[in-house]
Design a protein around this ligand. Sequence first.
Ligand code: G4P
Length: 539
Amino acid sequence: MTATAPTRTDTAGGTPADVVAEAARRRTFAVISHPDAGKSTLTEALALHARVIGQAGAVHGKAGRRGTVSDWMDMERARGISITSAALQFSYRDTVINLLDTPGHADFSEDTYRVLTAVDAAVMLIDAAKGLEAQTMKLYAVCRHRGIPVITVVNKWDRPGMDALALMDEVADRTGLAPTPLTWPVGIAGDFRGVLDRRDGTYRHFTRTAGGATIAPEQVFSAEEALAREGDTWLRAVEESELLAETGAVHDQELFLAHASTPVLFASAVSNFGVGQLLDVLVGLAPAPVDRPDEDGKPRPLDAPFSGFVFKVQAGMDAGHRDRLAYLRVCSGVFERGMVVTNGRTGRPFATKYAQQVLGRERETIETAYPGDVVGLVNAAALGVGDTLYAGDPVIYPPITTFAPEHFAVARAADTSKYKQFRKGIETLGGEGVVQVLVSERRGDGAPVFAVVGPMQFEVASHRMEHEFGARITLEPLPYKIARITDRKSAPELATARDVEVLQRADGELLALFTNKWALQVLERNKPHLTLTPMVAAE
Ligand code: G4P
């Protein structure tokens, strides 16, 4: 149980100075990538480098693969490391790293987006042969929207793939970020010999280990030695690196933090190449938690009393208990298990006695957490996504953006005698954000509209309504494709327009739904006085 240590330092009750120092040694990030780019492999390799686990592959066999969450659960069981289904925590050098999980499937994107509200940086993982893929671009758009600094890792360089310079062009063209490689590959994709470290001109030569199972030893050679070893292959890397320097592709910390440039590394996660360098870059360049602005834009100092916000809510992992688990990102002060905090939305107290306890048979509960850390709270029926919890001076953090839904369907109870269960289920799913629940007087309470980013959310909602709440539902698709936020003044006029319907979301926001973009454009042109605010698109 060694790696659970980082969260339990001896500073319980910590003085403000402790909090600032503890925050400074935290790095909280997520990996954004398209399925199959190697996120699970990289996650495991990172943990391996941090010496959380002894040998990669032990829990990551082909046969046993069940997606990242269960990979982590298996890793936890095998090694006793501190994992929730939302975050993996480990220490590296003197830094505490919180790696937040982003569900892989495209249709769970809304969940993923919420996770990105809780990170301070993102690692954009690209498959060297495929470049920037659809899901990566969608997630990147959220990082851009939120101004999250992005570190780019080109993975699978051990396999044939694109030309490195062409890849840099693609990153620049499609993200608008200036790529500033910190390392440059020696050998084309498929002939990965090592990297030229552009920061000091040395050659980091990699030695393969059997199946990438242990930390790949890295030998450092001078430029002369590199030339003697690799000849023209080395010269080509040097030339390309100089070309990059001439075009200004050199790391600048301010530009990186301002989301204008992205440092780039080349790696082969499966062979553990470049993984240690990524950890060093996370420690050296990625930002530590800073004072987080509240809903009025006023920063809450890191050393203010405890505060945090819920970025993810999950139904009980234990089918026997209809329990809710809320994941909280600590923003200020010290979290201590057992403390009674206030829910900013309801003004009600919330007792944190069961922080993380539900999550594992063998796991110890989290006792103390600092800004940047993630705490899992059980018995969290009273908590919803976006809620702020605080102690001492009140604070409310900005609401978490919900993304523009693109698919809509009316939900009805298949068995009308189960109406009570139906209502309860709808309320819960809406509160968890599994789907956005929209209602209107015209449709009535018995026929709420589910609004989702990806159609798989419908399946998840149907399944849970039936199995968790005992209320089977039917879903009738609606022809709408576009949603805009509107207001009470515009709503009556919108309601009379063709191909438009106005509904109210559970959080009180009014949504105008359009069947096609022309219906929307006509209204925008002819009735410019109407409020029709775009929502953040999931792409
Ligand atoms: P994901 O979580 O992003 O979906 O990707 P995952 O790590 O599951 O990796 C997808 C596939 O890519 C796996 O192969 C994995 O081994 C492989 N992979 C990951 N990183 C690298 C790399 O750096 N180089 C190469 N050549 N392959 C890499 P698989 O065949 O699906 O599974 P397995 O047989 O390897 O377990």
